[in-house]
Design a protein around this ligand. Structure first.
Ligand code: MN
Length: 327
């Protein structure tokens, strides 16, 4: 494993991506719209340059993101992998690549996570609300240089969906004037932003709505209501028949409780020997520091970690103890 990694400047990133080079684009497990949107937008840039590109993930495409693409590419259909440049997007650590990291060694990482463990040379901009903001800026630079003439409408739809998703439809504190500027430029191109936002936020399956109702039932508060928690054991999740791809609603329910400064969800999925923790801050608490204490990371107001224990109550206790230090 390479120990020395180099942080690229934005111009070096653009120089690298201006090369016509066949590429594999990897993104994190449990993919979200920023991971998928950034990867497919980058694929369209590389294809516009005249090279081949494949988007790979260790997990399946979640049903709710199928409006962005039909499917991911498969490693076994790529052929001779040695001839490809390997790029990661929206991925803060090698472990987030899952099983792909056993087969592929990335040479370029493009990311916006504040706490990240570099695993190869890369460009990180933690001021970017989404990795797709970086991909968009690169595309504009390549157009200015004359390396690219135009990009398909799909490119702009992917970037818009990624940014809207990571900003909670421009509501979260990571939303900047630059985020709105990029969104405005994209909408001016005639994409259907309302339709994308409907797919992202307003179209839920019955099972997802049931997951949300169960999360509301399981909501607890601690430290005078300053901390909101939704926790599910493996046994509860299988009894309630909540599907894996809807686990994300737990943190959304917890963070919507008025007065909560910190919200977190803990769940042990059926068959897992560990708990997954998602955390959000609505106040001063830096949740990336709390998650870093458990080997995870993320952003100041949105972070996560994995705790190698299947006892959900014990994990809630340990996380609360860490939060108390900052409250
Ligand atoms: Mn992201």
């Amino acid at each position: 494993m390479k120990t020395e990694t180099r942080a690229l400047s934005f111009f070096e990133l653009c120089d690298e991506l201006a090369k016509k080079q066949d590429s594999l684009i990897l993104f994190h497990t449990r993919p979200d719209a920023d991971a998928v949107g950034s990867a497919f937008a980058l694929k369209l840039i590389i294809e516009a340059l005249g090279a081949k590109a494949y988007c790979l993930c260790a997990d399946e495409l979640p049903r709710r993101l199928r409006f962005l693409t039909d499917s991911f590419d498969r490693l076994d259909s790529v052929g001779q992998i040695d001839s490809y440049r390997v790029i990661t997007v929206d991925c803060g650590s090698a472990s987030q690549l899952g099983s792909l990291y056993e087969h592929l060694k990335p040479s370029l990482a493009i990311d916006h996570h504040r706490t990240s463990t570099p695993f190869c040379d890369g460009y990180t901009d933690s001021a970017a609300a989404a990795t797709a903001e970086i991909i968009y800026e690169v595309s504009q630079d390549l157009i200015e240089r004359g390396a690219l003439t135009s990009l398909p409408r799909r490119f702009y739809e992917c970037v818009y969906a990624a940014i809207s998703s990571d900003t909670g439809s421009f509501r979260y504190s990571n939303t900047t004037p630059n985020t709105h500027r990029i969104a405005a430029e994209i909408i001016a191109r005639g994409i259907d932003a309302a339709d994308i936002n409907h797919s992202l936020f307003e179209s839920k399956t019955l099972s997802e709505l049931r997951a949300s109702a169960a999360a509301t039932d399981h909501l607890s508060t601690y430290i005078d209501g300053r901390v909101a928690v939704v926790a599910f054991s493996a046994e509860q999740l299988s009894r309630l028949e909540i599907e894996r791809e809807h686990y994300d609603v737990f943190i959304d329910v917890a963070r919507s409780l008025a007065g909560a400064e910190v919200a977190f969800s803990v769940r042990c999925a059926p068959g897992d020997r560990y708990c997954r923790v998602s955390m959000r801050s609505c106040g001063e608490v830096d949740v990336s520091r709390i998650c870093a204490a458990f080997g995870g990371g993320g952003h100041i107001r949105a972070a996560g970690c994995t705790v190698e224990l299947d006892d959900v109550n014990e994990v809630v206790k340990r996380v609360l103890k860490e939060i108390e230090k900052q409250l």
